[in-house]
Design a protein around this ligand. Structure first.
Ligand code: ZN
Ligand code: ZN
Length: 317
């Protein structure tokens, strides 16, 4: 059977799904139970967060169960948009459904009436091709995400977390006038919902946000204008936007050769996230420095070419 999603053939046995939807959820416990009851007997793993402002999820599932979940979400949250990527196995280790204060850790609420102009991936692509010198493109992700892949020519803020964006914005305000055309993007679009609101509150009048983020852009437009790969917060860590070899734009922390493979330093008291080539990873046994190699609390080294992220309670299912 040929699986088709949004008129495109899907060749994999698993799907990774990312979604968010802003809607007032009055009874959070009831929504949580509804997700739990539906997913209980299905092969879906990942993270689902519910808050009074809406729902946000990143999950993976065997494709029939994944498509069933998308159908269920669409019935429950009428206008929800699910972004889908094919994958060869589960991208998550387990399923977590949680009630949270905010969908995204950012100390400014989203007022959808004040959000930027949402543009489709095809319009975004056209805007990139036609952009003039006064237009800026801002990567609204953490620095370790943009390091392995980003739109060509984008400003890459040196922020280690989303919470650092407001203070970085005061630097931006010194350099970029309020009437400039500002194009912003993130992984799946949710951070842009917050940040476009924030930019407009700061007085920017010409803000455009990529609808569905890089994931949807890759699905609809492939990898054009994007260099490197997409960082994702699951076991895959980095994924190409299109089939075939994609050159690494980041380099090995030890030797400087191109590499986009991420490691958490094997010294548990360091845990630094760094890119490292396969050869250096073997020599340094997964450590970021010689002093970490000599540390007392070292976790076992995963010598595979693309190790999965470290998990505290790593155990076989
Ligand atoms: Zn190296
Ligand atoms: Zn280290």
């Amino acid at each position: 059977m040929q699986l088709v999603y949004n008129d495109q053939p899907v060749m994999s046995t698993y799907l990774a799904i990312a979604y968010y939807y802003f809607t007032p959820i009055l009874d959070l416990q009831e929504d949580l139970e509804a997700h739990r009851n539906f997913l209980n007997s299905r092969d879906i793993r990942g993270r689902i967060y519910l808050s009074q402002e809406g729902v946000n999820g990143q999950v993976s599932g065997e494709y029939r169960d994944a498509l069933g979940y998308i159908d269920w979400l669409r019935k429950k949250y009428e206008k929800i948009v699910c972004k889908v990527q094919p994958c060869q196995e589960h991208a998550f280790y387990k399923l977590t459904i949680k009630i949270r204060k905010q969908l995204v850790a950012f100390d400014h609420p989203v007022d959808l009436s004040k959000r930027g102009n949402a543009v489709s991936p095809s319009t975004w692509k056209k805007m990139l091709e036609e952009k003039d010198k006064e237009t800026v493109v801002i990567d609204v992700r953490n620095n370790y995400e943009s390091k392995v892949g980003h739109f060509k020519g984008a400003i890459l803020p040196p922020c280690a977390s989303f919470r650092e964006f407001p203070s970085w914005t005061s630097e931006l305000e010194k350099q970029i006038p309020k009437e400039a055309k500002v194009m912003i993007y993130c992984t799946g679009g949710i951070r842009c919902e917050y940040y476009s609101t924030y930019l407009q509150e700061k007085g920017y009048t010409n803000v455009y946000q990529l609808e569905g983020g890089i994931i949807q852009y890759g699905f609809e437009e492939g990898g054009e204008h994007f260099q490197g790969k997409l960082f994702v917060f699951d076991d895959r860590l980095v994924v190409p936007l299109q089939e075939g070899d994609v050159e690494a734009i980041s380099s090995c922390h030890h030797c400087g050769l191109p590499s986009d493979v991420y490691y958490n330093c094997a010294n548990m008291d360091c845990n630094e996230l760094f890119t490292c080539c396969h050869a250096c990873s073997q020599v340094k046994v997964g450590c970021c420095s010689s002093s970490c190699m000599a540390a007392s609390r070292l976790r076992p080294f995963d010598s595979s070419p693309r190790p999965k992220p470290f998990r505290k309670q790593a155990k076989k299912i």
